[in-house]
Design a protein around this ligand. Structure first.
Ligand code: NCD
Length: 312
């Protein structure tokens, strides 16, 4: 599917929220600032006449739930389309399904699908009253996750220009990693390291303005932020990796964390695999901000949804 990265902006306003690639810095800053207002407990807008439909064709706990909570906090209705029991299983195309839900007067779709570009395709096909948010399209992007990750870094580190950020794990299959790298580059992060076995690193990494390390201790040395990723077994077509050797080479243990700065923050988009990519004592330890990320996700999604409602 050919992905149109430019449809999210119309007349210099965010119409949809689909990708971090091509999203200018000022839009990222606006979202972080608005999310900060909501997080501080500022007054909340009310979108009583708006209806949001969530369409998750892939499993999700935190993303879907925080979208629902975000929608409720800004007083918009939220409907969960039960995909497992939906009429797409009876042969209805995604577009026919979308048109049917559109006829129920929805103003926003939140879409997760395993095929890259699905949210973009839906955004190009719906009427202009509707905004589409990409909640993850295959191994392409996960832009709201990147926004909550930027919010987390801003909150705990204050800025980006002097930071060394290391992203560790399955970069190849991870949409989180792609969106993160775009966002960190747009925000002019000083140094971005990617760390993992060569077979989990995209061939074109040299175009991504990152440094690659196959050695974990070197890759996280003096880091201010470490972002751990899950092995995306569902996207690996062959058994590429042995879990035991992965933990030995790339698991984040307390011992290994000593290579990073003392005040390093450890992040993970979840779901976490304890004992595969991260030791429990690190996931639950003093440097971890993994659960903070989940709660910031609500304010960040409120900010994105409210900006789209205001623009439409
Ligand atoms: C991620 C996802 O689904 O892309 N999780 C999330 O949204 N919090 C990462 C993952 O599945 O590993």
């Amino acid at each position: 599917m050919k992905i149109n990265h430019n449809i999210q902006l119309q007349d210099n306003k965010l119409k949809h929220f689909l990708n971090i690639k091509s999203l200018p810095k000022s839009y990222i800053i606006d979202i972080i600032n608005r999310a900060e207002e909501f997080h501080k407990g500022g007054s909340l807008p009310k979108y009583l006449d708006k209806v949001v439909a969530s369409l998750f064709f892939e499993p999700s706990t935190r993303t879907k739930t925080t979208f629902e909570l975000a929608s409720k906090k800004i007083s918009s209705d939220f409907i969960n389309i039960d995909i497992a029991n939906s009429s797409t299983l009876k042969g209805e195309s995604i577009l026919d399904m979308i048109k049917t839900i559109e006829a129920m007067s929805c103003q926003m779709f939140v879409v997760r699908h395993s095929v890259p570009g699905t949210a973009h395709y839906i955004a190009e096909s719906v009427s202009d009253k509707i905004s589409v948010i990409n909640a993850g399209d295959g191994s392409n992007e996960h832009p709201t996750q990147a926004m909550l990750d930027m919010f987390t870094i801003k909150k705990h580190k204050g800025e980006f220009e002097n930071l060394k950020v290391s992203i560790v794990g399955d970069i190849l299959h991870s949409r989180v990693a792609k969106s993160l790298i775009y966002a960190l580059n747009t925000l002019e992060t000083k140094e971005i390291n990617i760390v993992g076995p060569k077979k989990l690193i995209p061939d074109n990494y040299s175009d991504m303005n990152v440094n690659y390390f196959s050695n974990m201790n070197e890759g996280i040395k003096d880091s201010d932020v470490i972002i751990m990723l899950r092995l995306q077994k569902e996207r690996m077509h062959d058994a590429l990796i042995s879990m035991d050797s992965y933990y030995v080479d790339y698991g984040l243990s307390r011992e290994r964390l000593k290579h990073a700065n003392n005040d390093v923050i450890v992040m993970h988009p979840g779901p976490i695999n304890r004992g595969i990519e991260i030791e429990s004592s690190v996931a639950d330890g003093p440097n971890s901000v993994i659960l903070n990320q989940v709660s910031y996700g609500i304010s960040v999604r409120m900010a994105i949804m409210s900006i789209l409602f205001d623009n439409n």
